[in-house]
Design a protein around this ligand. Structure first.
Ligand code: ADP
Ligand code: MG
Length: 348
């Protein structure tokens, strides 16, 4: 697995805090014209002219949000950025900068942090954002990563969770449930590894779902697509906790109801086959799995011709009057109330 005893291990104490920050961030380039001053002073300086500024933050805790026995640190760094950018895109905004703060125990050598920062740098380059600062401190146990993402948007383009109207179409990008099923496979392999550390798992059949768990992407492309199609969603949210809780957020904040059609939920064939193997219902996985980082949004029916044929978008339901409630319309045409489950981090 991840820890390779032959790897070089440089103690963090050998560098000191300033040496460490300098070492980890020295290759970072600045891409955004709104970044006036990046890493290296007491604070960063940004200039957004007349744009509105988007700010969002997420905290990832070892043992709660990630497990380093199957999550390579490079992927973790990448994912820590992605989950924040996804929130910026869910506002229909452009992501521009991030700050990255870490608390790290002395169990981690410098080489581990280099891997983490390689993932952060890769995500920053792919998404064209600047890493403009952060904080570095020690922790008694484990690793914590806090990322704050910053974005910009013209006021007229903002999309909130609260704008959905009855009769709007409910649309989701990509497919759902894969990250959750990838996690199930990785958890199973971890158990196998505990019993037999020499086992060589063949994960070929699960490549897509494992990638969705370990290396998710944020749907910057969908924001561009909507702009190109000249479609402004009436409401939008990213799918981090699972489809059902995200639908409930939109419905509650927009004061509308919803019919979600089970047979319209987009599932990758690997999700379907892995659900069969694990004897789990694929609709339950799509509704409650989470970590898909797809965009869920509503559009006016007038926009139907613009989105109907797009392979990246699935129309999965209709918004209703609030009093009609929030329901899953099953393949058997029965209506089941949708309840949120999402991740139960506080119960673990
Ligand atoms: P201060 O003492 O003012 O908090 P630091 O020495 O912590 O300053 O940080 C120096 C510079 O390095 C600042 O620009 C800060 O934002 C940046 N920085 C610190 N830690 C990190 C990190 N983990 N990742 C990226 N930048 C960092
Ligand atoms: Mg500091």
């Amino acid at each position: 697995m991840i820890e390779d005893k032959n790897q070089q291990r440089t103690q963090l104490n050998d560098l000191g805090e300033f040496g460490l920050i300098e070492h980890l961030t020295k290759n970072f380039k600045l891409n955004q014209k709104s970044t006036v001053k990046g890493i290296g002073d007491d604070a960063a300086v940004l200039n957004f002219d007349n744009k509105q500024v988007i700010v969002t933050t997420d905290l990832l805790v070892e043992g709660v949000h990630f497990d380093l026995s199957y999550m390579p640190l490079k992927h973790l760094g990448y994912k820590a950025i992605i989950v924040n950018l996804s929130d910026v895109f869910a506002m229909n905004a452009k992501a521009t900068q991030v700050t990255v703060s870490i608390a790290v125990s002395n169990r981690f050598p410098l080489e581990a942090l280099e891997d983490l920062y390689a993932g952060i740098e890769t995500a920053a380059n792919i998404y064209g954002i600047d890493v403009i600062g952060g904080d570095t401190t020690s922790s008694n146990k484990g690793l914590l990563i806090s990322v704050t993402a910053i974005g910009e948007i013209e006021p007229k383009n903002e999309v909130y969770r609260s704008g959905a109207k009855p009769n709007d179409l409910l649309v989701v990008s990509g497919d759902l449930g894969a990250a959750y099923m990838g996690l199930q496979v990785l958890e199973r392999e971890k158990e196998v590894y505990k019993v037999n550390p020499n086992s060589q798992p063949d994960l070929e059949a699960y490549s897509y779902i494992i990638e969705r768990q370990l290396k998710p992407e944020a749907r910057k492309d969908i924001i561009k697509l909507l702009e190109d199609l000249d479609v402004k969603p009436t409401s939008m949210i990213d799918v981090s906790d699972g489809l059902s809780s995200e639908i409930i957020h939109i419905c509650k904040q927009s004061k509308v109801g919803c019919d979600l059609y089970e047979n319209k939920i987009p599932l990758d064939p690997q999700v379907i086959s892995t659900c069969e193997e694990f004897n789990i219902d694929s609709t339950t996985v799509a509704l409650n799995g989470g970590e898909d980082y797809e965009l869920l949004f509503t559009v006016s029916q007038d926009d139907f011709p613009k989105i109907k044929a797009n392979p990246n978008l699935s129309i999965i339901g209709f918004m209703k009057e609030e009093k009609e409630g929030i329901h899953l319309v099953t393949r058997a045409d029965t209506r089941i109330p949708i309840k949120a489950q999402g991740w139960k981090n506080f119960n673990d």
